[in-house]
Design a protein around this ligand. Structure first.
Ligand SMILES: [Zn+2]
Length: 424
């Protein structure tokens, strides 16, 4: 048996160890200070202890100062194992989790793993402890088997992913830019599909607009004495939703869904009483834009549509940018731009017997931070997508299977640029 197959077979048999690690990690809730927590320090100390037990010599901390937590910092851990090749396979997992939400919505204590056969339930077991556990299994397997990997390995355990990554990956990349090279492989196992058939290689741009409508407040029984800002705002919501979709009909089959989207979402509270006609209305529009659609053009068209509604309704409407993020793309059609894709597709097929396809999503992951620095990241895992939900769950078979995919990548023969035709 080849070393690659031996490593994969070893990892596929780690169901009990995966269950133990998940239970220990879940019992250390790493909540961000925005969510009333003390950050990741306890969980990071536990992970460092495990890495030390695997005899990994190169383990470094890249802490980000944060006065909001008692210890004063947010930990990031970078563990490296040298391989035969200087190329590094980087795998990223985040240690922080979101709060449990309404405990009554859970079938059991969210912070104590409940096991039912192959399934485990608990806050964080999928997002992102499936990745963290797989990374730890890989580290332990290298120690247990004594295999020298073909690629070098870099495991990055991150803070702050759920609240923007400022103290997490963004901090690590700013503090240690020389560690990360464009020739390396970057895998973020933090999104995926239940069969493992989707490799996320692109994210739409985000444009969040605030729409403020000003009319004139009055008694609701005499509407002719005022101007109903809620009514005009509702008109604007429909006009923007429909009008922007018509103005930007571009189609890109890489993405799910394959079009840009323009959704009215949050609406601010207005008047306290039913019999008051509101004079002010604020709502937000969440736009997710294909790479071919320019945010400036969308903003300009949104302001034109708002002006038409304002004239029709006799109100003033302002459209402001609340948040914008450029699209990020690791182009699947260019092998030099996506060196990991063919090797990942081979590894996934070997473990799960499906050939994954590249996809684009409307959501955002830390892969965007890597891509923004010219590092060609892909996002893949085999997950149920129960993240942030009550009764969040994960499959022990998939945790071990994902770890086996990591192991196969670590032992893969390098794919030379331009040779992707061989894998088509
Ligand atoms: Zn996540």
């Amino acid at each position: 048996m080849s070393q690659r197959d031996a490593l994969a077979r070893h990892l596929l048999a780690q169901h009990e160890r995966a269950a133990t690690l998940e239970a220990e990690l879940t019992a250390l809730p790493a909540l961000d200070p925005e969510n009333g927590g003390e950050g990741e320090a306890e969980k990071a100390a536990f992970i460092e202890g495990l890495l030390a037990a695997c005899k990994i010599e190169d383990v470094r901390r890249v802490d980000s100062p944060d006065a909001r937590v008692a210890c004063g910092f947010r930990p990031n851990i970078v563990a490296r194992v040298p391989g035969e090749s200087p190329r590094t396979l980087w795998i990223f997992g985040h240690m922080d989790v979101v709060p449990a939400g309404d405990p009554a919505a859970w079938s059991s204590d969210p912070w104590r793993v409940r096991r039912e056969g192959d399934l485990i339930h608990g806050r964080g077991v999928e997002d992102n402890q499936q990745a963290v556990t797989g990374m730890l299994l890989l580290a332990e397997a290298l120690g247990a088997t004594g295999i020298t990997p073909r690629q070098s390995l870099g495991l990055v355990f991150m803070a702050d992913e759920e609240c923007g990554s400022r103290h997490g990956l963004a901090h690590v990349l700013d503090a240690e830019p020389k560690w990360f090279n464009a020739e390396d492989w970057y895998l973020v196992p933090d999104a995926g599909s239940p069969t493992g058939d989707a490799v996320e290689m692109a994210e739409k741009g985000q444009l969040w607009l605030k729409v403020l409508t000003e009319g004139k407040q009055c008694h609701a029984s005499t509407p002719e004495e005022g101007v109903n800002a809620f009514l005009a705002g509702a008109d604007a919501a429909v006009a923007l939703h429909d009008g922007l979709a018509t103005a930007f009909p571009e189609h890109d089959a890489l993405f799910r869904p394959p079009v840009s989207t323009f959704e009215p979402t949050r609406h601010e509270a207005n008047v306290d009483a039913i019999n008051i006609l509101p004079g002010r209305d604020v709502f937000f529009l969440d736009c997710r834009l294909l790479p071919a659609v320019a945010a400036e053009a969308v903003l300009a068209r949104a302001r034109e549509i708002a002006a038409e509604v304002a004239a029709r309704r006799g109100v003033r409407i302002e459209v402001e940018v609340e948040h914008a993020q450029a699209p990020s793309l690791t182009r699947p059609d260019l092998p030099d731009d996506a060196p990991l894709f063919p090797a990942l597709a081979d590894a996934v097929e070997a473990v799960y017997h499906v050939r994954p396809k590249p996809v684009g999503i409307g959501g955002a992951t830390v892969a965007a931070l890597l891509r923004a620095r010219g590092l060609p990241a892909v996002v893949w895992s085999r997950i149920f997508n129960t993240c942030h939900q009550p009764d969040e769950r994960a499959s022990l078979a998939h945790i071990c299977g994902d770890a086996a995919v990591f192991g196969r990548l670590l032992m893969a023969h390098a794919v030379k640029p331009g040779s992707r035709a061989a894998h088509a």
